[in-house]
Structure formats: structure tokens, C-alpha cells
Design a protein around this ligand. Structure first.
Ligand code: GTP
Ligand code: MG
Ligand code: ZN
Length: 282
């Protein structure tokens, strides 16, 4: 029987099949060959409900660990934890670089004062110019429209409000949520496992949050290509990295200036990428 893994807790797997959700294990050969099944994998079960085959993945992410998704909903809090544009840009590279459509979902707008709200609106507007769908966690009906027939993973920082958002999408779920730690100003890793939930006509995954992510698996060119504004820029050189190149003008054609943080984060990621590759070649 064929099905999709919707939950993994160490060696226990739950597989959604046409005959309901089945508790499964994996065949020993997987462990021997170090094949790690992921939530989202389409698998074959043998007569003893053991996963005996994993079908080819269309894509996968390692942070969070999930396979075969259409959209990654990047849940980004604007306060508590504070807006982290480094993490947002990193997640965008990670998602776009893995050929998954990103959608940004900002949370906790209600906590902003007037001045902070103005700054936030400017940031939101900029990301919208990158042809990325940007929503707020109050846009439930609009999200459901985007989500129709799709497999979506919620990803982002711990405490950003992933589980809270999913609870709003499906009131029956009642996933555990917890206030962030006031001393650390970040979440407390409430969600421990990746789980896919069937809601209306889509599948939505809750995942454990994180605060750091590395882009060690990406080449500098892949990182550059994930910055959409460079593609529409005025740079006259073919295959330019847009770093200290004489005559290179990366200002986008659309009339907006590149957000300082975007270009700074680009340089930061390229530098980190070189550092990790030089470590690798030592
Ligand atoms: N004021 C406000 N609080 C929110 C909002 N969204 C979530 N929260 C609160 O933020 C805290 C963290 O939310 P969670 O949903 O547990 O965060 P998470 O992203 O699932 O965190 P992890 O499971 O640790 O990755 C909870 O106390 C929520 O009630 C929001 O839009 N506004
Ligand atoms: Mg959670
Ligand atoms: Zn250039």
C-alpha cells in the first residue's frame, strides 16, 4: 500500500493512506544504508506496515526536515522575537534555492507602536516588489485560497507563531503554543516534531522552530540567484556577482532601491559560504 508520511517520532512513523492513518516502522535496510525517511515522503508499506520504499522526492528541505512541498510559509514575527531580516533572507535563499515557492507571513503586528508600524510597512512593501506573496497571520481566508490543493510547510524562528497560525487555520487542531522567554526574547522550542495536517483541501505542516540556519550547501551563484532583485537589475555584465565589480550597477529596474539590509545580507551569506567551503578544502 502507498501513502505519505505525515509524522515521525524517532522510529515511529504515521503514514496517511487511502485506508486511514497507519502506524508504521521502517525496514532495517534503511538504517543500514543510512536512508532517512522524511515527513512528506511518499512511501510503500509492506504487509507488516513497514516502509519498504521511498519514492523519488520532488524537493526537500533540511531546516525544517520535510520533503515534497509546494510552498514554504516563512513565519516571521515583527516583535517578540524582534524582526530578524538576516534569518528571513536566509530562509528565502534556502527555500528558493531548493525550488520551493516562498510565501512570507508576518506575525505579531498587533505589538508594534506607530513608529515601528511605519518601518514594518516599508519592509513589507519592499518584499512585495520581489514577486513574493506577503501576508499577515490575520489573513486566514486569503491563506486558504493560496493553500488550495497544495502542500505547505510553516517554517521559521522559535516563538514566531507557527503553531498559533495553524490553530487559527483549523480550530480543531489545538496545537501546543507557549509564550516566548522574556529574558531571552525568543521562543522556547514548543513544537518538537514535524507533522503534516490535512485541513480542508490542503496539507499544512507544523515544524520545530530554530534561530540559526547555515547555507553551506549552496554555491555563491545559487545564493545570488535567490536574490530576485539582482535579476531585474541594471547590471550590464553577464554572470556578475555584483560585488566590487567596476561598472556594476545592481539597482533594480523597478525604481525601488535595494534595501540596505538585503545587500548586506547578500554579502554576509556569500562570505559565510566562502568560509565554509574553504574549511571544507583544508
Ligand atoms: N501578540 C501576538 N502574539 C502572538 C501572535 N502569534 C503568536 N503569538 C504568541 O507567540 C507565542 C509563541 O507562539 P507559538 O505559536 O508557540 O510559536 P511557534 O513558532 O510555534 O514556536 P516553536 O514551536 O517553538 O517553534 C505564543 O504565546 C502565542 O500566543 C500574534 O500575532 N500576536
Ligand atoms: Mg510551535
Ligand atoms: Zn553586477
Amino acid at each position: 500500500m502507498q501513502g505519505r508520511i505525515i509524522h515521525i517520532n524517532s522510529t515511529k512513523y504515521v503514514v496517511k493512506t487511502s485506508q486511514g492513518d497507519i502506524n508504521a516502522t521502517v525496514k532495517g535496510i534503511f538504517r543500514k544504508e543510512k536512508i532517512v525517511p522524511l515527513v512528506g515522503d511518499i512511501v510503500l508499506l509492506d504487509d507488516e506496515n513497514r516502509i519498504s520504499k521511498i519514492y523519488e522526492r520532488r524537493n526537500f528541505l533540511t531546516r525544517p526536515n520535510i520533503a515534497n512541498v509546494d510552498i514554504a510559509l516563512i513565519i516571521t514575527s515583527v516583535k517578540k522575537p524582534d524582526l530578524d531580516l538576516v534569518l528571513l533572507d536566509k530562509l528565502l535563499v534556502n527555500v528558493i534555492g531548493n525550488n520551493i515557492e516562498p510565501v512570507i507571513c508576518f506575525t505579531k503586528i498587533d505589538l508594534l507602536d506607530k513608529k515601528e508600524l511605519e518601518y514594518y510597512k516599508k519592509i513589507k512593501k519592499y518584499y512585495e516588489t520581489l514577486d513574493i506573496v506577503v501576508i499577515e497571520n490575520t489573513a486566514i481566508a486569503y491563506f486558504k485560497k493560496i493553500a488550495k490543493d497544495k502542500i505547505i510547510v510553516c517554517c521559521g524562528q522559535t516563538g514566531a507563531g507557527k503553531s498559533t497560525f495553524i490553530n487559527k487555520i483549523d480550530k480543531n487542531l489545538k496545537l501546543e503554543t507557549k509564550p516566548i522567554s522574556s529574558s531571552l526574547n525568543r521562543g522556547v522550542h514548543t513544537t518538537r516534531y514535524v507533522s503534516l495536517y490535512e485541513i480542508d483541501n490542503f496539507l499544512l505542516a507544523d515544524t520545530p522552530g530554530f534561530s540559526a540556519l547555515d547555507l553551506a550547501n549552496f554555491t555563491p551563484q545559487q545564493i545570488r540567484d535567490a536574490f530576485g532583485e539582482f535579476k531585474n537589475s541594471n547590471c550590464k555584465y553577464k554572470d556578475c556577482m555584483h560585488i566590487k565589480t567596476e561598472g556594476c550597477e545592481v539597482e533594480p529596474k523597478v525604481g525601488t532601491k535595494i534595501l540596505n539590509s538585503r545587500y548586506e545580507n547578500y554579502l554576509k551569506f556569500i562570505k559565510e559560504c566562502h568560509e565554509s567551503s574553504s574549511k571544507f578544502f583544508k
